[in-house]
Design a protein around this ligand. Sequence first.
Ligand code: SF4
Length: 425
Amino acid sequence: MVRVKAVAPEGLAAELGITTGTELLAIDGRALDDFLDWEFLSADDAFVLLARDPDGTTTEYDIERPEDVAFGIELDPPHVRRCANRCDFCFVDGLPEGLRQNLYIRDDDYRLSFRYGNFATLTNLKARDIARILEYRLSPLYVSVHVTDTVLRRRYLRNPRAPDVMEQLRTFAAGGIRFHTQIVLQPGVNDGPVLERSLTDLYALGDCVLSVSVVPVGLTNFSKLHLVREPTAPECRAAIQIVHRFAERALREREHRWVHGSDDLYLVAEEALPPASWYGEFEQVENGVGSVRFLQQRIAAHAGEFPRLPGARVAVLTGTGMGRLMGQVTAPLAERTGATFEVITLENPLFGSSVTTAALLPGGAFQAALAERSDLALALLPAEAVNDDGRFMDDLPFESLAASVPCEVRLSYDFGDALGTARST
Ligand code: SF4
């Protein structure tokens, strides 16, 4: 059963009298378990929908959907599938109270992998899930492979029942499913020859593996620090060498680089990031792969659209990872707009200084940094740091933060989205 959360006034559902709170039970006799069932089974022009109205009445709707008319409903969010693993670097179990609720959920959900690009390990799939992936052709999936050897992967995930991921990928590939994959590197566990083996195995699967990212493990104060450590600069350099070797081979044989190191891998290795052209279609930019080059490319492409802001003082707040590189990004912006850009780099007071990503910064850290900054015309905060409801990690709403500091604040993904309407001082 899936429940209707909202009904659009102009859609077919409103016309049929379907209201908020209606439970959608079945389509053409097939029970609806979640949004996937709804979306795939209601894709036909004509179908019979069995629903239970909020007053308990069961109604059968014989639906013929006119072309170009949306059904017009929003569903309650699905119950997220819980993770069956216990990775040493997972920080969820030790989190303090008072944070955003969804932070406490160790999710591992193939449906969200298909829909939102969340990485899933596929270790909690049941036979029915496998059948659904194949029937609905959920592609591409984002898969946390980490290591292809089953024994090592079970140890890595601390899950003795984790299935053979290569067999899973082969099964899905035979059904036309493709994958973006990631390998989170733990030194001494899945780097070196193990990384080579994993990349060799994934490459041998052929075109169904669309991309691979290699990301150094990031630990927080809540990780099991007695069991796992972050890779050192030489270890990251060694991983980069392996990645580049496979990337060059893929470029020769498949005309794209296929495997990339995340920006963090280069940062820890103290090596320069590759140029933008290296990243092809930036397939895993949301996983921190090529983020800096992507941002620079977008700024260059939209350079003519930035307003002149002579004399304005604009702060850009970010984490310690991006903070080291942000100067490269803001320099052309300053030139273009005439504004002065100040990069404010924040250490993460919640998860510890080893967490460098801006996305995990709590709202309180931004608030403290801006508390006395009435000299700023504008402060730009990373949009990735809030969820869909506009709340930071520590559950602080963006609106509350904006009301509490003496300068204008805006959320921004790429500067163009926030500077467009800025005024000069
Ligand atoms: S896969 Fe590992 S890191 Fe991810 S939620 Fe599960 S235990 Fe945590």
